[in-house]
Design a protein around this ligand. Sequence first.
Ligand code: A3P
Length: 288
Amino acid sequence: MPSSEELYLEYQGLLFPRETHSAESLKFAQEFTLKDDDVLSVTYPKSGTIWMQEILPLVLNGGDLTPIQTVVNWDRVPWLEETRLAQVVDKLPSPRALVTHFRYSFMPPSFRTSKAKVVYVMRNPKDVLVSSYYFHQMATFLEDPGTFEEFMEKFLDGRVFFGKWTDHVKSWRNAELGDRILFITYEEMVQDLPASIRHISGFLHRNLSEEVIQKIAEHCSFQSMKANAMSNFSLCPKEYMDSDKSPFLRKGIAGDWKNHFSSEQLARFKSVITKELEGENFSLPWSL
Ligand code: A3P
């Protein structure tokens, strides 16, 4: 089994999978020139990133399905920090949509001076942990998670790719980006996807008809994405992601943590996260 050092690159104090990241790609991202009309979806891993890779192009282009039917998600809305960006950046339609797992302090200086907008998707960290646990079982470029208990300790310590969940959330909640940032939750998207799409389209000043909103929601549902080869990672070689171990689009629900946490684990998880968020001037949209 490969060691953590073999799998991860440590860069500015955080771990990045070597398979998809390099010191050059991270430097490229941190020197990247963002444009005023760029739209970024920012997420901590396993919070709904690929969902936004589906939604954003459709909201930006008024519901034309071509991008989700013809371009794989990782090229359609690339990751700012991954090696792949340099190869596809010149082919991106305008306005460009990108995703990133960067915390705010990692963003390039051009982000601060541009008017680029951010849709920040936040997910209940208990479900993030569960989703990440299964992802670590199927993605060969990530460390074997061990038992759920062991993985929870790594997650709480930030010994996972992109570091601690709390640091990520705090960095973006405190970024003071005014009307350049929209905070939405994975849970509200699960509960009412058309309403979330309406919200995102209003934020991006797209005046979409109700018919287009419904069409986008239908094509961005869990079942539609699971059936879409451009979005379900079936085009990713099995040696990188083994969907027989766990599919990327796994359950797509809120609350799966209830099937995984013991009462002791729940108490420990709550106490660590609550302590780390003490004194912050924002509250979480769910009870822990
Ligand atoms: P689960 O593992 O809980 O199913 P990311 O894209 O940030 O890696 O997040 C992956 C998680 O988002 C997975 O959660 C995946 O199933 C879920 N997801 C992706 N598209 C979704 C959709 N259309 N509806 C609901 N959940 C979705």
